[in-house]
Design a protein around this ligand. Structure first.
Ligand SMILES: Cc1cc2nc3c(=O)[nH]c(=O)nc-3n(C[C@H](O)[C@H](O)[C@H](O)COP(=O)(O)O)c2cc1C
Length: 390
């Protein structure tokens, strides 16, 4: 089955694109990603000059057990445009057809955007992605610029004037109204929007030194939060945009499984970008992503991803009172599976309706008390509880 997708006239052999970040930090890494089977790649954002970076610059939350997120203090590429030209030449020779997108950053003057674009345009690239979403840069650039619809429309229009290649605009989730920003990008002429970049976050505080994490010789700052923990935010941004605007969407933020990917497609995304999952699990995760998506499409009788795109949107309500507030569900414990840990009892006592008790070392639900809130199945470590209609 072909998973090919077309975006702004560009053919991607599959919808999985390496997002701008460490996995696309140089040509050999992009080539390794393409060798593994990624459908495209966005260069680590190219600024006019290589950017120095602190060490350490990432802090993984939940490391070693089940990582759930990561805060980074990265800025842009640490290699020169001259070196990028050589690196891209090498990638092109190895993978002549695979789309390469150049992520660029600028500020309040068109020349700032055009400079890197002009330099890299002859390198066989397919599109540009405007970084109006990096939360780590101060001044009116990155996420600060990307919070203002007028500025987003203006820089998108400048970028369009500077090239005939498609322009993708990568949005920040750190805004009140993501639709207003996506609309501004569309008005500026964007061919697609990428939703989203990292959330602004503070990974933690070292309680011995009171240094924010990651701590660079005792000091730290807010960084960009990525990984599975931000998926609900990124998914919400995609759904909000797709419900209102007719613009090509590329989903990004917390995708690490084929199911995540299909969920973004179901709320309107045409392609997906991944960064943190690749950093944690390697380029080879592309095999599981492709196998999973293909298997799902085949087993559900869909001929292509297009048939899944936006399928969840009609089921999304926007008014709480449109929900069925009358019918109730009931938690049911499978005594064979229950391991008697009692976590559901604690959860129901303090977060529910005091409806679960231990009987002969197994959880038992009092149907009269249970209000069907749905907390206990999510807490049960052995999946022994399910919700059924009353
Ligand atoms: C260490 C790190 C560096 C990143 N650098 C960039 C960058 O240079 N330009 C950019 O547009 N996004 C950058 N990102 C953001 C990612 O491309 C992506 O939008 C974000 O991490 C959310 O996706 P994920 O949860 O799959 O990582 C970076 C992310 C991480 C974790």
């Amino acid at each position: 089955m072909s998973l090919e997708v077309q975006i702004a006239g560009i053919n991607f052999p599959n919808p999985f694109i390496l997002a701008s970040g460490p996995p696309t930090a140089n040509g050999s890494m992009i080539k390794a990603g393409f060798d593994a089977g990624w459908g495209g790649a966005v260069l680590k954002t190219v600024a006019h000059a290589p950017t120095p970076m602190p060490s350490p610059r990432v802090h993984v939350l939940g490391a070693g057990r089940q990582p759930r997120g990561m805060v980074n203090l990265e800025l842009f590429t640490d290699i020169s445009i001259e070196r990028w030209k050589r690196e891209l030449d090498m990638v092109r020779k190895a993978h002549p057809e695979r789309p390469i997108i150049v992520s660029v950053i600028g500020g309040g003057a068109p020349e700032e955007w055009w400079k890197s674009m002009r330099e890299l345009e002859p390198c066989g690239i397919s599109a540009y992605e405007l970084n109006v979403s990096c939360p780590n840069i101060s001044g009116k650039k990155g996420a600060q610029l990307g919070q203002d619809p007028e500025s987003v429309a203006r820089v998108t229009a400048w970028a369009k004037q500077g090239t005939s290649l498609p322009i993708f605009v990568k949005l920040t989730p750190n805004v009140g109204d993501i639709v207003a920003i996506a609309r501004a990008a569309q008005e500026g002429g964007a061919d697609a929007v990428v939703a989203t970049n990292t959330l602004s976050g503070l990974a933690g505080i070292d309680l011995e030194t009171f240094s924010p994490l990651p701590a660079v010789r005792g000091y730290g700052m807010l960084g960009g939060y990525s990984g599975p923990a931000i998926k609900p935010v990124a998914l919400r941004c995609n759904a909000n945009i797709a419900r209102v605007l007719d613009i090509t969407l590329i989903g990004c933020g917390g995708i690490s499984t084929w199911q995540d990917a299909l969920e973004f497609v179901a709320v309107g995304a045409s392609a997906l970008q991944l960064c943190t999952a690749v950093m944690w699990h390697g380029y080879e995760i592309i095999h599981a992503l492709l196998r999973g998506v293909e298997g799902y499409l085949q087993s559900h009788g869909y001929a292509s991803l297009l048939e899944v795109r936006g399928k969840a949107l009609p089921n999304m309500l926007s008014d709480y009172f449109q929900l069925d507030l009358v019918s109730k569900m009931l938690a049911v414990v499978d005594a064979q599976k229950c391991n008697g840990c009692g976590l559901c009892v604690k959860a129901c006592d303090s977060g529910g309706y005091q409806a679960i008790r231990m009987e002969a070392d197994r959880a038992a639900v009092d149907a009269l008390r249970c209000d069907g809130c749905g907390l206990c199945p999510g807490i049960c470590p052995v999946h022994a509880i399910e919700m059924v209609m009353r």
